[in-house]
Design a protein around this ligand. Structure first.
Ligand code: WT7
Length: 651
């Protein structure tokens, strides 16, 4: 993580008076939720349209397995699309789509309804139905959202795999969830050029061979580049969806019907399939989107720059915002294509009012210089959000001042793939903002910082971040691995019934929460979660590597960067630059380019405790240029001198 030094007297920005005066949520929400949690969440669930009402808000009798909105039935796609059309808002723009090459498309809610209905009919005709798994591997194009909603509409469970993941990573996810259908595209545009996707699907399926659960691959044409086509499995989206009827009656599903599985890195090599269900998830996403962004759906234009391959895209591009009927921007490409002012140009063009991005992007813009955003009219903005990693105070202040014109509050939102919804964040009309702090748990949410025994730490102290009560969008389990679900999140503070978030945190003198970063072997690189052991397994799968240790080292732009130490197998071959380059590419092939180590150092030994555990803390010290400190628990303390030497050689 970026080394966060917590200022002793942090700057405070009070909520702007006009925003506070007409805020969606006021201070009394906290007390209301505290005194009657069930009543509070029932009220939030009423933002949705239920086909059958729920009879109980929360059934926690089988904790930590939650059932929210018991007996309620609803359709998530109906809630995100149809009901807005039925309410006479069909002509409202749902998405201003901006393709990287400059093509644009405005899609209204009525058009979205037709598209989702066609896709739902097409999926049904391909034999996909309720309970089936569909893998979606697409760029940031409208079809990605249509595909997700079409699944939701027919009760199929989607698993979106980020387009930056490799064929290997895609294959393991398809295999783990037994996806029947893969929806992909010929490619998308990245940094000014078409970047293919379909070949990775082909490679994933051929890797799975006879074990492949996939019946069909549905291919969206985006770039028009040549793609190899297997007539036995492959179908064009424009043929199958294009010819389907736009009439489709959504079926209501149980509130606990599986909506999606999102794979995320954990502390072991195998990604976890985080399961989200329907009623509670949609309630949590819609409520927080309304509350934290102070959303005024009639006038706001909202833009979240995340990719739909991550949970932020699921909760805050697809489900929350669409349930709330907002108009939003959807942008396909990178911030520097074709020029470094692209995002600000988009904000100016569409009059974006609410903007949600990640600290790593902000730090990149800081490096590029304020002259770039300064040439655009950003006066439409009224609120800025941050997510994915701790935002260092410098980045917060730059964001607030240069992008927000010193007038927009910044909401630093802490949450996780597992939580499904924002958990700790200022309420913009109520809570002051302190650069670097996510502030307080939202109304209805219980969060605390505790010591090893689970006791709440006093103000001014550090500890573990826990969630003390269930919340509607909480993960329900890990796909096909309920045991790991209980063990990962609910065992550490089992007696207290707390959810263990895996983050370290501090309560400042006012009791406000500062997130310090992961306390487990999970790294956060550019707001993307990566597991040290997953990258180590990838390195060890290379024939030249005997052993590997990976750490996340502080990085000015990406928050953390992947730094690897490897021991080679004996034998000949190049040991220098060519090999480390080859190993970096090998990791990209096994996982994806996001996991490529920034630096690989070849070492003769790794620091281990007497029981054989790699001491990553020491390696992190070396990687961050610190003195390695106490090495007395090492089985062979001289190892560190050897590694420190190699590190300076390779730098
Ligand atoms: C981890 C979750 C939330 C969606 C994107 C990432 C870190 C997230 C913040 C924040 C400090 C943050 C935590 C968390 N994190 N938001 N506002 N301040 N840290 O989701 O991949 O599930 O990662 O991201 O370490 O545990 P994710």
């Amino acid at each position: 993580m970026t080394d966060l030094t917590i200022p002793s007297t942090p700057t405070r920005f009070e909520p702007p008076a006009d925003l506070a005066a007409s805020a969606n949520v006021t201070a009394e929400a906290y007390a209301r939720a505290e005194s009657d949690a069930d009543g509070f969440w029932a009220e939030q669930a009423e933002r949705l349209t239920w086909a059958e009402p729920f009879t109980q808000v929360l059934d926690w009798s089988d904790a930590p397995r939650a059932r929210w909105f018991v007996d309620g039935k609803l359709n998530a796609a109906y809630n995100c699309v149809d009901r807005h059309v039925e309410a006479g808002r069909g002509d409202k723009v749902a998405f201003h789509f901006v393709g990287e090459p400059g093509d644009t498309r405005d899609i209204t809610y009525a058009e979205l309804k037709d598209d989702v209905s066609r896709a739902a009919n097409a999926l049904t005709s391909l034999g996909v139905g309720s309970g089936d798994l569909v893998a979606i591997y697409l760029p940031m194009i409208p079809e990605a959202i249509v595909a997700m909603l079409a699944c939701a509409r027919i009760g199929a469970t989607h698993t979106v795999v980020f387009g930056g993941f490799s064929a290997e990573a895609l294959a393991s996810r398809i295999e783990d969830c037994r996806a029947k259908l893969v929806i992909t595209s010929d490619g998308g545009y990245r940094r000014g050029a078409p970047s293919p996707l379909k070949p990775a699907v082909d490679a994933a399926l051929s890797r799975l061979g006879g074990q492949s659960p996939v019946d069909h691959v549905l291919v969206v044409r985006r770039t028009g580049e040549y793609v190899p086509f297997d007539d036995a499995t492959d179908l064009w989206w424009h043929d199958v969806v294009g010819s389907a009827s736009p009439e489709h009656t959504p079926e209501a599903f149980d509130a606990e019907h599986p909506l999606y599985v999102m794979y995320s890195s954990g502390t072991t090599g195998k990604p976890k399939g985080i399961l989200h269900t329907t009623g509670g998830y949609l309630t949590g996403a819609a409520y927080t989107h309304h509350a934290v962004f102070d959303l005024k759906p009639d006038t706001d234009v909202y833009w979240c720059t995340a990719d739909i391959g991550w949970v932020t895209g699921h909760s805050y591009i697809v489900y929350g915002p669409l349930a709330n009927g907002v108009t939003q921007v959807l942008y396909e490409g990178t911030p520097d294509s074709p020029h470094r002012g692209r995002w600000w140009e988009i904000i100016e063009r569409y009059g974006v009012t609410l903007f949600y991005t990640a600290p790593t992007a902000i730090r990149t813009f800081m490096k590029w210089g304020r002259e770039i955003p300064d040439t655009y009219d950003l006066s439409s903005l009224r609120l800025l959000g941050s997510v994915g990693e701790p935002i260092n105070p410098e980045a917060y202040l730059w964001y607030r001042s240069v992008i927000g014109g010193d007038r927009c509050p910044v909401v630093d939102t802490w949450w996780q793939t597992e939580t499904g919804q924002m958990m700790i964040s200022p309420l913009p009309g109520v809570t002051a903002g302190k650069p670097g702090s996510a502030m307080r748990p939202l109304p209805g949410i219980g969060a605390d910082v505790v010591d090893e025994e689970g006791r709440s730490v006093p103000n001014g102290s550090r500890g573990y971040l826990v969630l003390t009560k269930p919340w509607p969008a909480m993960l329900r389990t890990l796909w096909q691995d309920d045991e790991r679900f209980v063990e990962t999140y609910w065992t550490r503070f089992a007696d207290l019934g707390y959810y263990f978030a895996g983050d370290g945190a501090k309560k400042d003198e006012d009791g406000d929460i500062w997130i310090l970063g992961r306390v487990d072997d999970v790294m956060n690189v550019s707001g993307h979660r990566l597991s040290t052991s997953e990258i180590e397994s990838a390195l060890v799968s290379h024939p030249r590597v005997a052993e590997a240790a990976v750490v996340g080292a502080a990085d000015e732009t990406t928050g953390q960067a992947v730094v690897a130490y490897v021991i080679l197998r004996s034998g000949d071959g190049n040991n220098g630059e060519a090999l480390t380059q080859e190993l970096r590419s090998h990791v990209a092939k096994e996982i994806g380019a996001i996991a490529k180590p920034r630096q690989i150092t070849i070492v003769p030994e790794l620091p281990k405790t007497r029981s054989g555990k790699i001491m990553r803390r020491l390696l992190r010290d070396v990687a961050e240029g610190r003195d390695v400190g106490d090495t007395t628990t090492l089985s062979d303390p001289s190892v560190m001198a050897l590694i420190a030497n190699r590190d300076t050689e390779s730098a």
